[in-house]
Ligand binder design. Structure first.
Ligand code: FAD
Length: 412
């Protein structure tokens, strides 16, 4: 009898858990999530409203009908890239642990390449790992909702639209990878409604040509007054005031909500405790090295879904989120920095100390996710490049506008 029991236990342990998972979005986060879920034996469908993979990295010459991006009826252009954009991180920090960007050069060999190079890299990644064929292009998700399937293990219904037709499909889990640089925030400036000039959000900036000779012209009613009383005269205001998180398709009866750029509650920026592990988010955390963090978060989700990594109880996760919020409040960190991994309110007077604080917070988060997932941490060399890079950006010793061309991370 004991022998049969042991055999059964062994069989159970070796049985693969394979779930049917919907991934929403085929940017960096959705692509790496798809790869990690596949590697764990899950069955994956990726929904993507665009006609190609790459997300933010697909440069779009179009701008939105409302240049401030406030009209809810406008057609949303997803990418915020401008034509001349070069990466602000070296390619060494924009690859995957086993698929480095440094190994692939497509025509722009610079350490900080133009955006076209990143898109080519991501498309290659999608092709090489067989992800392209899993993506349903030009298919926008309009509703994700939990339903009671009785004994059945299917929990989520995903409603999507393609070429005007809509359809529904049931899944056992959903991973949200829709990015957070498409819904502009515009500051509320008194008197702005009387502004005679042009206004736009940086989301709708593509090329400089329309603004030639327009900056800092003396203009009778074009005065902007700053808090210190100083004034400038200008024709155009470009609002570089950031973006908000937006999940218009997600129906959770208020379990997951967005309040002042806080998506919550999310355990470690990934799992909503009451709906985990069958609902998760990749890429919500920022200021941390996006490529490393989304790869680790994806591994964590994939392993939790196959029961190789175990989450704490719902109550413990909620307590953890509350502690995070309390810690932020104690340190005077505003709510809208909830998902910023190193939310420093003021610049530390000692540069070295500031850099040490920032990198230790970043690495602390990355190491914690690796540990929770039960996978190896980010490579030491990558961490060293992050450290040196931040030192370079913050230091006054080098012209930060030119650091892209003067610094060579290959020396590390
Ligand atoms: P996204 O790339 O935004 O992808 C989300 C995808 O979801 C999109 O393809 C979108 O079409 C799809 N989607 C959204 N809603 C739906 C829906 N309802 N149904 C179906 N599909 C949907 N990072 C760096 O590492 N280095 C840099 O130099 C750098 N520069 C940047 C410059 C700018 C101007 C911006 C805005 C960001 C920059 N970033 C940079 C950060 C960048 O966002 C990340 O590199 C990365 O692209 C984030 O990927 P993501 O997959 O999370 O989101």
């Amino acid at each position: 009898m004991q022998c049969i029991k042991t055999k059964l236990e062994k069989l159970e342990n070796t049985m693969e858990i394979s779930l049917k998972v919907a991934i929403i979005g085929a940017g960096v986060s959705g692509l790496v999530a798809a790869r990690e879920l596949l590697r764990e034996g899950h069955r994956v469908v990726v929904y993507e409203k665009s006609n190609q993979p790459g997300g933010t990295w697909i440069y779009d010459t179009r701008v939105e009908s409302d240049p401030l991006g406030l009209d809810p009826k406008r057609e949303i252009v997803h990418s915020s890239l401008y034509s001349s954009l070069r990466t602000n991180l070296p390619r060494h920090l924009m690859g995957f642990s086993d698929y480095p960007f440094t190994d692939r050069v497509y025509g722009d060999p610079r350490n900080f390449p133009g955006h076209e190079e990143v898109l080519k890299f991501l498309k290659d990644f999608a092709r090489e790992f067989g992800l392209t064929e899993l993506i349903r292009f030009e298919t926008e998700v309009v509703r994700v909702e939990r339903f009671d399937s009785g004994d059945d293990d299917y929990e989520w219904v995903v409603e999507s639209r393609t070429s005007g037709a809509s359809g529904e499909e049931e899944f056992q889990a959903v991973v949200v990878c829709t990015g957070h640089y498409a819904e502009p925030i515009v500051a509320n400036l008194p008197g702005i409604e009387q502004w005679p000039g042009k206004q736009l959000h940086s989301h709708n900036y593509r090329v400089p040509d329309p603004f030639q000779n327009q900056i800092y012209h003396v203009y009778k009613d074009g005065t902007i007054e700053f808090q210190d009383g100083s004034r400038v005269y200008t024709d155009v205001i470009i609002h570089c005031t950031g973006y908000k998180y937006s999940y218009p398709f997600l129906r959770t009866n208020g379990i997951v909500s967005i309040d002042d750029i806080r998506v919550g509650p999310l355990y470690k920026h990934v799992f909503p405790p009451q709906l985990s592990p069958r609902l998760s988010f990749v890429g919500v955390a920022y200021s941390v090295g996006i490529f490393e963090v989304v790869e680790l978060q994806s591994k964590w989700i994939a392993r939790v879904l196959s029961s190789k990594a175990i989450l704490p109880s719902e109550k413990e996760m909620l307590v953890d989120v509350e502690e995070h919020y309390r810690d932020m409040a104690d340190r005077g960190v505003p709510k809208h920095h909830t998902h910023k991994i190193h939310p420093h309110k003021v610049l530390c007077p000692f540069l070295q100390l500031l850099i040490i604080r920032i990198v230790s917070r970043m690495f602390e988060y990355l190491d914690m996710i690796a540990d929770l997932a039960g996978v190896p941490p980010v490579a030491k060399r990558i961490k060293e490049i992050h450290k040196r890079f931040l030192g370079l950006v913050f230091s006054s010793g080098i012209d930060t506008k030119r650091y892209r061309d003067e610094w060579d991370p290959n020396d590390i």
